[in-house]
Ligand binder design. Structure first.
Ligand SMILES: Nc1ncnc2c1ncn2[C@@H]1O[C@H](COP(=O)(O)OP(=O)(O)OP(=O)(O)O)[C@@H](O)[C@H]1O
Length: 469
């Protein structure tokens, strides 16, 4: 990856440049026309391309080659060789993304300064790309609950296809990591994964951000769709996309091409589209805030990402994973979780889902002292948790009920939470709550709680809606 490809139709020049560079310790490849050049790049993208603008007997000139390289291998820096007095062309090449240019006839020192700088840029870009790949290995998804496994098997099925996927789930539940998982396990894994944060871009700038811009002063600036070429574009919170942009995206999905803002050339892109939403898109459509046709195009394979409360069984493994991550990335101590801490984490409410758990773990490790197990008292207090003296703090809702109903409401909530925590396993739940298995069954029946096997996941739920008071 770190060799230099020299493309010039004059044999003397390419051999001279090659000799100089080899003396300096670089390895080189040579091409005398555009076909040889493209074949060499396709065989293995070089660390740097030195490219003559004028190529005799070639199907493509230097500018065409430059465009193709910037499009398919944007990390390869290109240094242009231009004839004396062709400064305008060299400047045009820079606008198209060339790193720098050298004018013929060139002296060796000048050549070496440009090459060294360009190679340094190339090295930094490769390092960045490998860091990014490490980030992508953060597409490792942790979990073992039935709800999680059911989702994972759906994700595995779609990795092989090119189908558009719509991930639905509450904030922080892991929609983006699921999208990265699909990308990392697909045949597009080595191509980019580009996130479009639909809620975070000003509506007036959305088109420029997606499609790019062309102007006389700044040349071509590619947008996110172009940057994702060959890979995956992830529309995060797609319901927040402005209506005008929705129509344009629809056109891109139909035509597979678009024009940059201010430009007239058609840009063709090969993209796989994955979207996410935590809103009910059907009601967004009913309220005329989301285009139905776009919905049908994006929602080819809908996949539900479960909330953390639907997969309480995963909380200990997730917490352990985040503790290890904090250690690797921030050097925070690796601490075990005490049994009480695990029980508390598994029973508390998680409106912010996995993200909330991740943040909580990080906070406890930063604020905590010592390296022993994390104790329950280090975790945040919850309304209904025992206070310091062991007294239970009553929630407003429970306090207004007669004792029998309050007890039933508490027992129902308590047992539902415990059953979910043990992944629907009644024996483990019974042993934890201190009841005989058969007694627990009777209790659940009398409270109207059934355990069922819904979409592959064992869940506990109420038998029927509670009668209205
Ligand atoms: N199964 C999992 N294993 C490991 N980490 C996870 C898992 N699910 C989520 N995370 C982590 O939790 C955090 C939140 O996940 P992510 O950003 O994917 O959620 P999201 O649903 O896309 O959120 P939002 O709706 O706010 O965009 C991330 O740091 C992610 O790496």
């Amino acid at each position: 990856m770190s060799d230099i490809l020299i493309v010039d139709d004059e044999r003397d020049i390419r051999e001279l440049v090659s000799d100089i560079l080899e003396d300096e310790g670089y390895s080189t490849r040579l091409a005398g026309n555009s076909d040889e050049c493209m074949a060499a790049i396709n065989a293995e993208p070089p660390g740097l391309l030195i490219l003559d603008i004028w190529l005799k007997d070639s199907r493509m000139d230097g500018i065409d080659i430059l465009k193709a390289v910037k499009r398919d291998n944007p990390d390869v820096p290109v240094v242009i060789i231009s004839g004396h007095g062709n400064i305008e062309i060299a400047v045009a090449a820079i606008k198209q993304g060339a790193y720098d240019f050298i004018e013929k006839p060139f002296n060796i020192d000048q050549l070496m300064v440009v090459i060294r700088r360009a190679m340094e840029t190339s090295r930094l870009r490769r390092e960045n790309a490998s860091l990014k790949r490490k980030e992508v290995s953060n597409s490792d998804m942790i979990g073992k609950s039935a709800a999680f496994r059911a989702m994972l098997s759906q994700l595995d099925k779609v990795t092989k296809s090119n189908g558009r996927v719509m991930l639905r789930g509450p904030a922080g539940s892991g929609k983006e990591i699921a999208a990265r998982y699909i990308h990392a396990h697909s045949n597009r894994a080595n191509a980019p994964f580009v996130t479009v944060n639909c809620a975070g871009v000003e509506p007036e700038r959305m088109e420029e951000v997606l499609f790019g811009r062309e102007s006389a002063e700044r040349g071509v600036e590619s947008g996110l769709l172009e940057q994702a070429h060959g890979g995956v574009v992830y529309f995060d919170e797609v319901a927040d996309m402005p209506l005008g942009t929705q129509s344009k995206i629809l056109r891109v999905l139909v035509d597979q091409q678009f024009q940059r803002v201010g430009g007239s050339d058609n840009v063709r892109v090969d993209l796989r589209v994955i979207s996410s939403t935590n809103r009910d898109l059907e009601s967004e459509i009913a309220a005329d805030r989301f285009r139905e046709e776009l919905y049908h195009r994006l929602n080819v394979v809908p996949i539900a990402v479960p909330s953390l409360e639907e997969r309480r069984e995963d909380i200990p493994v997730l917490a352990k994973h985040f503790i290890e991550m904090c250690n690797e990335t921030q050097g925070l101590p690796v601490r075990e979780l005490s049994e009480e801490a695990v029980a508390l984490l598994q029973t508390m409410s998680w409106p912010g889902n996995v993200r909330q758990l991740k943040n909580l773990v990080e906070r406890v490790l930063i604020l905590g002292d010592g390296t022993g197990p994390i104790e329950a008292r280090e975790l945040p207090n919850e309304e209904e948790k025992a206070d310091d003296s062991g007294r239970v703090v009553l929630s407003g809702a429970l306090a207004t009920l007669p004792l029998r109903e309050a007890r039933e409401a508490f027992e129902r909530e308590y047992l539902l939470t415990q059953i979910n925590r043990f992944g629907g396993n009644i024996s483990r739940t019974a042993s934890f709550v201190g009841m005989e298995r058969s007694a627990l069954h009777r209790k659940l029946k009398s409270l109207g709680v059934v355990t069922s096997n819904k979409s592959g996941a064992r869940v506990a739920q109420l038998d029927e809606p509670e009668p209205a008071e």
